[in-house]
Design a binder for this molecule. Structure first.
Ligand code: SF4
Length: 342
C-alpha cells in the first residue's frame, strides 16, 4: 500500500520530497498543489520536475477517496457515498445554505458505540479512517462545491475520539494556514461522551468546537439509548465538559434527540436544564429520524415546543434543529447500510 499523501503534515511533505532528492521548496510547491489548487493528478503539478512527479507517484497515493453516489441537487443538502482504497465505503453530508458550506465528515468505517437510534451503530464497526482519508473526504466535497467548506463537523459515521490520533492529524492538515486554512473554531468534534477524548482535546491548545450527544437527562434513560453511558456516565461526562469549557473558553453544544414518550417530557426538560446550569452550554434539539431497528417515534410538535420553552425559561440557549438527513431519506449511516445490503 502506498502512503496517502493527504495524511502528511506540512513538515512531513517537505521531508518527503527531500528524501526523494528534491530541495525543500519543492515541498511547499507540492503542498500548494494539494491544498491551494486541490489538483487530483500528479501530471497537473506543472511546476514540479517530471522526475519528482514520477517518484511521488511511485511512492504516494493521491486519490484515497472516490465518489460512488450522491443524492440531492446543487445548493441543497446532499449526501455522498465515497469509496476507499480497500473497498470500504463511508458517508459525508454536504450542507449548503446560501454562501455557507458545512461538511459533515465520517471518522470511522462503521461504529462500535451502538446508539439505539443510529443506523451506523447498528451496522457495527469495520475500521478507523486514516488521516489521509479524512482529508480526502474534505477534498472530495471541495471538488463538488468548487470551493473548500467553511465549516467542518465530525458528526458523520464513527466516534471521532475512538480514532483520536488520525482525527487530530487530519485537523492539523485542514487547519494549516497555507493550505485549506479551516480555522479550529470552524471545526466541530461531536462525541457520544468519550471522556478520555474530551480530556485530551482540552489539553491540545486548540479552540475546536465540542459537541456532546446527551439525549437524556438521567443515567437510566441515557443508558437505554446509548450503551456508552455505562462506561462514561452523565455526571462524569459533564465534569469533563466543564474542564473543556474552562480551558478552551468555548461554549459546548449538547445534542438531544427527542423521542416520543421516552425523553421529551417537561420534567425531563427541567432536569436537563438543572444538569447544564453550571456549564456554558447551548442545546440542539433534534427530531428523531426514523431508523429501521429502533421503535422510537418522533415527538409531537407541541411537545417539542414545550421542551424548548422550559429550557429557554431556565436561561439556556436552545434550538430545535431540522433533521436534514431525514428530509433526503438518508439519515446518518443509512446510505452505507443500503449499499452493504445490496
Ligand atoms: S450516534 Fe455516533 S457514536 Fe452513536 S452509534 Fe452512531 S456514529 Fe456511533
Amino acid at each position: 500500500m502506498k502512503t496517502l499523501i493527504h495524511g502528511l503534515l506540512f513538515e512531513e511533505i517537505v521531508a518527503a520530497v527531500q528524501e526523494l532528492g528534491a530541495p525543500a521548496f519543492r515541498g511547499k510547491q507540492l503542498w500548494q498543489w494539494l491544498y491551494g489548487q486541490r489538483v487530483n493528478a500528479w501530471a497537473a503539478m506543472k511546476n514540479l520536475p517530471a522526475d519528482l512527479r514520477l517518484k511521488l507517484e511511485e511512492n504516494f497515493e493521491l486519490a484515497a477517496v472516490k465518489q460512488l453516489e450522491i443524492t440531492g441537487e446543487e445548493g441543497e443538502t446532499r449526501k455522498l457515498l465515497a469509496g476507499l482504497g480497500d473497498g470500504e465505503c463511508i458517508e459525508e453530508v454536504l450542507l449548503a445554505s446560501g454562501e455557507r458550506r458545512t461538511l459533515c465528515l465520517s471518522s470511522q468505517v462503521g461504529c462500535k458505540f451502538a446508539c439505539a437510534f443510529c443506523a451506523s451503530g447498528q451496522a457495527g464497526f469495520r475500521r478507523n479512517l486514516a488521516a489521509g482519508e479524512i482529508v480526502g473526504e474534505v477534498l472530495l466535497a471541495a471538488a463538488i462545491w468548487g470551493d473548500r467548506p467553511g465549516n467542518v463537523v465530525f458528526m458523520g459515521v464513527g466516534e471521532p475520539f475512538d480514532n483520536y490520533d488520525e482525527v487530530l492529524r487530519a485537523i492539523h492538515i485542514l487547519n494549516h494556514g497555507e493550505g485549506l486554512a479551516i480555522g479550529a473554531r470552524r471545526i466541530t468534534i461531536s462525541t457520544c461522551g468519550v471522556i478520555p477524548g474530551i480530556q485530551r482535546l482540552a489539553g491540545e491548545g486548540l479552540q475546536i468546537e465540542l459537541s456532546v450527544s446527551l439525549h437524556a437527562p438521567d443515567d437510566a434513560t441515557r443508558s437505554r439509548l446509548m450503551p456508552v453511558n455505562h462506561r462514561y456516565p452523565l455526571a462524569e461526562v459533564l465534569a469533563a465538559c466543564k474542564v473543556y469549557a474552562e480551558q478552551t473558553k468555548r461554549l459546548i453544544t449538547f445534542e438531544y434527540t427527542l423521542v416520543r414518550g421516552l425523553n421529551d417530557s417537561a420534567a425531563q426538560a427541567e432536569q436537563l436544564a438543572r444538569l447544564l446550569a453550571p456549564l456554558p452550554a447551548r442545546v440542539n434539539l433534534i427530531p428523531l429520524s426514523p431508523v429501521e431497528g429502533f421503535a422510537g417515534e418522533t415527538s409531537a410538535p407541541d411537545v417539542s415546543r414545550q421542551f424548548i420553552r422550559v429550557l429557554e425559561r431556565a436561561g439556556l440557549n436552545a434550538t430545535l434543529r431540522d433533521s436534514q438527513g431525514s428530509r433526503i431519506k438518508a439519515a446518518c449511516g443509512q446510505l452505507r447500510i443500503r449499499r452493504l445490503n445490496a
